[in-house]
Write a protein that binds this ligand. Structure first.
Ligand code: IPE
Ligand code: IPE
Ligand code: MG
Length: 224
């Protein structure tokens, strides 16, 4: 079975660069290229929704220079690849708190989302300044303000992922085996696949391998 919704923790750009004696930014640049390839591969392999962890709410702890490089690459990615995403019929969305970004980045991102809003193809959600703890607290505060009983349906509708299908599979690259504050609520019954490949080296073939591994898993959801 093909997972409807796949999320990827794109980790290992820094180590990829280090192995080549290159600056970290070179790893992030190569990572952007992998995003392009894997987005296309996911579409071709029949994945309905792809969520990519690009910048966590904890990544602000990195040196200012690296954060600047990542913001520059985000602008570059939208500038270079928006036409391709739009032509591929991708519905683009962002999960995370965009209010922390500079007005120019916000405008660019919101313009890109608007441009892809009419599309009917697969969904691509990019997690920017995303953290599950923030997401859950934001939903809880919003629902508390509204009042009334809170059930699973109302709670999930208040999460950033409200418009995405249920999460089936989380892939993390680079050998780390943790979730790093990513989709904690949504991953309750998702399958987890950890691969040693560093993100810039992850490609359509690696995605196909992960989907094949997913197909071999038996999901029970607590039943028998
Ligand atoms: C992932 O690569 C990209 C982001 C977190 C933005 P890293 O930058 O975390 O790379 P490593 O983990 O240091 O190798
Ligand atoms: C997780 O990677 C965040 C992204 C891939 C955007 P990190 O490299 O920030 O995670 P930790 O710090 O190793 O847990
Ligand atoms: Mg990392």
């Amino acid at each position: 079975m093909i997972p409807r919704h796949v999320a990827i923790i794109m980790d290992g750009n820094g180590r990829w660069a280090k192995r080549r004696l290159l600056p970290r930014v070179a790893g992030h640049r190569a990572g952007v290229e992998a995003v392009r390839k894997v987005t296309r591969a996911a579409r071709e392999q029949g994945v309905e929704a792809l969520t990519l962890y690009a910048f966590s709410s904890e990544n602000w702890r990195r040196p200012e220079e690296e954060i600047g490089d990542l913001m520059g690459l985000l602008k570059h990615f939208i500038g270079e690849h928006l036409d391709e995403l739009a032509a591929d019929g991708i519905r683009l969305s962002i999960i995370g708190d965009l209010s922390a970004f500079s007005p120019d980045i916000r405008a660019l991102v919101e313009g890109a989302i608007a441009r892809c809003a009419v599309n009917t193809g697969p969904q691509l959600a990019i997690a920017l300044n995303y953290g599950s703890h923030d997401e859950i607290l934001r939903a809880a505060n919003r629902l508390a303000e509204e009042g009334g009983p809170i059930d699973k349906v109302r709670f999930e509708a208040a999460l950033y992922t409200a418009d995405l299908p249920p999460l089936d599979l989380v892939i993390r690259t680079s050998g780390e085996q943790r979730l790093s504050n990513f989709l904690l609520w949504q991953a309750a019954y998702a399958e987890l696949i950890f691969v040693d490949t560093l993100w810039p080296d992850f490609d359509g073939g690696a995605l196909a391998d992960a989907l094949a591994e997913f197909a071999r898993r038996e999901r029970r959801f607590g039943g028998r």
